[in-house]
Design a protein around this ligand. Structure first.
Ligand code: SAH
Length: 253
């Protein structure tokens, strides 16, 4: 048996948002590896061994995936959203880079998924219609100083900012501090979208102005979109809004 390793994105949650390519890889796999809540999104079946792990065991997970693929297994490592966005694809390549030289020649593929920022943006309109960036608010893998510097510069450059991992039990204050800093750099009227559990039954999307944005609105399954100075609201019936960022900015020649 020729082994392979697919690093697949399961999208934000809904089955309809899993790509056919990922569904096919899951149907062909012998081994499924990932963070417990993601692995359990894939139905059990005969012939599929599920390896559930804790969120912190990423490097072990990548090593296990590579060893199994080298033994001839058909392995899928799953991430939520897109596997290349703050997720397992980079972990696997870090393991390949530092590990057994034979791993480089394995059949390794990255199968894209719909990242939380795209799913969230689509729910509210077109907030990512002009230049934007994504920042992971977790300071587990980088110093908080660097997060603050990136936030400040992104706001000064007038990017729309997608904030991933806004907070967790171990990181309770970071989002509050980020909002405080952004209020120093941006008009208080900039739209902020809190998009939680997008595409799941418990989905909740709220749009407020930056001056009213409270960190307590977010949880671990929230994607926070900070508008640029150009991001606009279109009011609709029943307090609903569309949020979009026009495609042009500055003075055009
Ligand atoms: N690879 C994933 C991101 C993993 S980091 C992707 O591309 O989406 C985990 C963070 O993603 C969460 O803290 C949250 O900010 C965001 N996220 C993941 N799923 C989400 C969902 N269904 N709704 C809102 N945010 C989500």
């Amino acid at each position: 048996m020729t082994g392979w390793l697919a690093i697949a994105g399961l999208g934000p949650g809904a089955t309809q948002l899993v790509t056919p390519e990922v569904t096919q890889a899951l149907a062909e796999a012998t081994d499924l590896i990932g963070y417990g809540p993601y692995v359990t999104r894939v139905a059990e079946r005969a012939g599929l061994t599920r390896h559930l792990s804790d969120n912190r065991e990423e490097i072990d997970r990548a090593g296990l995936a590579l060893r199994l693929a080298a033994e001839g297994k058909r392995v899928v490592v799953v991430s939520s959203g897109d596997p290349g966005v703050f997720a397992m694809a980079a972990v696997v390549f870090e393991a390949v880079d530092a590990g057994d030289p034979a791993w480089r020649n394995l059949d390794i593929r990255v199968l894209p998924g719909i990242s939380a920022m795209f799913a969230a943006a689509a729910r509210i309109g077109a907030p990512l219609g002009h230049d934007f960036c994504a920042i992971n608010l977790s300071d587990n893998l980088k110093p908080w100083d660097l997060v603050e510097r990136r936030l400040r510069l992104a706001a000064q450059a007038d990017f729309v900012i997608a904030l991933y991992n806004p907070l967790s039990r171990a990181r309770p204050w970071q989002l509050g501090r980020a909002l405080e800093l952004l209020r120093e750099e941006l008009p208080g009227t900039v739209p902020v979208v809190f998009a939680s559990a997008v595409s799941d039954a418990s989905e909740a999307i709220d749009t407020v102005m930056l001056r009213d944005a409270a960190a307590s609105r977010a949880d671990m399954r929230t994607l926070v979109l900070i508008g640029s100075s150009r991001t606009r609201l279109i009011a609709r019936a029943g307090d609903k809004v569309f949020v979009y960022t026009p495609r042009s900015a500055g003075v055009l020649s």
